[in-house]
Design a protein around this ligand. Structure first.
Ligand code: SF4
Length: 244
């Protein structure tokens, strides 16, 4: 069994404050991190960068700050406001419908149960868990692409899909750290354990990381150039990486 608490605390020391919808690059959003704002911002964060989420959320909430305001807003105006987050048509349609459902089905209050959250448009398990963690502070493991990749690289889990990663992390990680996993691993995945070419030479987890034990990715050989790597971060043409 991996030393999960030690791993997470080392990532915290390295990355400091975590990142999540409503906070990016050390800046806090202009809007309250209440369940409605966190839910809409998390939907906007899908398939875009933190900075774009931050801009789109700030523009949207400056104009429509409550579920009833948003459900009555014109779709074209919502599309224009959320455009920085990408996929404006799909996201605008979804968040307007979410606002309507919250007003009409939940009396203006975002539900906290995962099954209820997942009935809302564009709300899958990851988004629902993010809302539970960041808005309701309910211990939940929010598995996005960074959490899935890093947990598998280290060997905290062995899983092909995010749902199994969530289950295995809940077994491996003490419950008081579940909420922290997402925000810390997102930041760690952006700074050190990058999707392609992890910077293992800057990482405090080498002695407990399965990927490092197997492939030992190396730093770039010359300044300004990077060694060629495959999708697992293995250095190509490196005999220790086992590549031709
Ligand atoms: S040692 Fe490398 S692969 Fe392992 S967690 Fe650190 S950066 Fe990621």
């Amino acid at each position: 069994m991996k030393p999960a608490r030690q791993i997470i605390e080392r990532v915290r020391e390295l990355c400091g404050e975590g990142a999540f919808p409503g906070r990016h690059a050390g800046r806090t959003a202009s809007w309250d991190p209440d369940p409605f704002h966190v839910l809409i911002s998390t939907v906007l964060s899908q398939r875009t960068r933190d900075q774009n989420t931050h801009v789109a959320s700030s523009r949207l909430f400056a104009r429509f700050d409550t579920p009833s305001e948003l459900m009555s807003a014109k779709l074209a105006i919502i599309e224009r406001l959320v455009r920085p987050a990408g996929f404006p048509k799909a996201k605008a349609k979804a968040i307007k419908e979410i606002a309507r459902r919250i007003v009409e089905d939940y009396n203006g209050k975002v539900p906290s149960e995962i099954d209820e959250l997942m009935t809302l448009p564009m709300v899958g398990r990851k988004t629902a868990n993010c809302v539970r963690a960041y808005a309701f502070h309910i211990p939940s493991v929010c598995v996005d692409t960074h959490v899935h990749r890093i947990s598998n690289r280290i060997g905290l889990v062995k899983s092909e899909d995010p749902e199994r990663t969530e289950e295995q992390l809940m077994d491996q990680v003490p419950k008081d750290l579940w909420i922290d996993i997402n925000s810390l691993f997102v930041r760690f995945g952006q700074k050190v354990c990058l999707p392609r070419g992890p910077h293992c030479w800057e990482c405090p987890l080498t002695e407990c990381c399965d990927l490092y034990a197997k492939y030992r990715p190396e730093p770039p050989r010359k300044s300004g150039t990077s060694a060629r790597r495959d999708s697992k971060g293995r250095t190509l043409a490196d005999p220790r990486g086992g590549e031709a």
